[in-house]
Design a protein. Structure first.
Length: 324
């Protein structure tokens, strides 16, 4: 028998064994939380959370909750950072990024999508109806049209006006809002205690054509592990991409970090990895939820707000930050 076949046979025999974990100090999970909760980036997340709670009360699961919440934000034609109302790239085109991840480890993502109102629903359709995780650009649009998403030529007059003003200087400096919102990242736990997450954005304004940020990248802008917790991000995507922040936060929670400490550690790691940049030139903001229903949030600069629905109440909270 050749060596390769022998190897494959012994590998198959391993299938009968339970998977071994070599990670030290794994946290013993406490009782999972089953009252339902939603947490979203920024103060505008209250709108998303309200839509998510409505779906939960109608019998929806965590995936339905985050999809509904993200779609609510994409439906606002005046929103300058999410959906078709978002500020365009340097060539005047609004391009959209989104993703979802559910409680059984499935993920779907769409990048550089144009003229489709609900990128998060397309990301979910990619997850549920295709063998892939990520579709981009024309291919993503083709998939959307073939799956019943209509083409939408909407342009936000306010975004177009801002773009015309920007064109006068055409200065490109990737400044992400520090005291204001950009991406919506939304994490939900349903009444079974299952977790899902979604993220949707029009990305950095006046970005180079084809630029994709962290928001649709599984592990960077969003990560969910139903055994441990979920995390999502907002801020300058390039900094978050370099540090795989959402995956890191979930792995830190697996090791026993609280969601708040996972966010803090991930912010410190991000700042270290991006230390070649001027820290004044970017903001990064994280939220995380543990399987036990604890919530944490943290950012590089002050001003990051996040919205929570828990125990039947909506709250807008201000996260702590590394810098003051
Ligand atoms: N976090 C959104 C972006 O950088 O595109």
């Amino acid at each position: 028998m050749n060596t390769r076949r022998k190897f494959l046979q012994s590998f198959a025999a391993l299938g009968a064994l339970p998977l071994l974990s070599f990670m030290p100090n794994l946290k013993k999970r406490q009782k999972k939380y089953t009252e339902g909760l939603v947490v979203s980036t920024w103060n505008f997340g209250v709108k998303a959370n309200t839509a998510a709670v409505k779906i939960m009360n109608d019998g929806g699961n965590a995936l339905d909750m985050v999809t509904a919440g993200a779609m609510e934000m994409e439906s606002d034609p005046t929103e300058l950072t999410i959906g078709l109302g978002g500020l365009p790239d340097r060539e005047g085109h609004t391009t959209l990024d989104a993703c979802v991840m559910d409680s059984i480890g499935r993920a779907g993502s769409v990048c550089f999508l144009e003229k489709i109102k609900h990128p998060v629903a397309v990301a979910r359709a990619i997850m549920e109806k295709s063998p892939h995780v990520v579709l981009v650009g024309d291919g993503a649009q083709q998939f959307a049209l073939q799956n019943g998403f209509p083409k939408d030529e909407y342009q936000n007059p306010e975004a177009q006006k801002a773009y015309r003003e920007w064109l006068e200087k055409s200065e490109y400096k990737p400044i992400i809002n520090i005291e204001n919102h950009d991406t919506i990242g939304i994490l939900a736990m349903d009444k079974k205690g299952d977790l899902s997450g979604a993220c949707t954005t029009s990305g950095l304004s006046y970005k180079m054509r084809g630029r994709v940020g962290d928001s649709p990248i599984i592990g960077a802008g969003l990560y969910v592990d139903n055994e441990v917790g979920a995390a999502t991000a907002s801020g300058l995507g390039e900094t978050i991409l370099r540090s795989c922040s959402s995956f890191l936060m979930v792995e830190l929670m697996r090791q026993g970090y609280s969601p708040l400490n996972a966010c803090k550690e991930a912010i410190q790691r991000l700042v270290k990895i991006n230390s070649f940049m001027n820290i004044g030139d970017y903001q990064a903001c994280f939220i995380a939820v543990s399987k036990e229903g604890e919530i944490g949030a943290y950012s590089v600069h002050p001003g990051f707000t996040y919205s929570v629905w828990k125990n039947g109440e909506h709250q807008v909270l201000t996260a702590g930050s590394l810098l003051s």
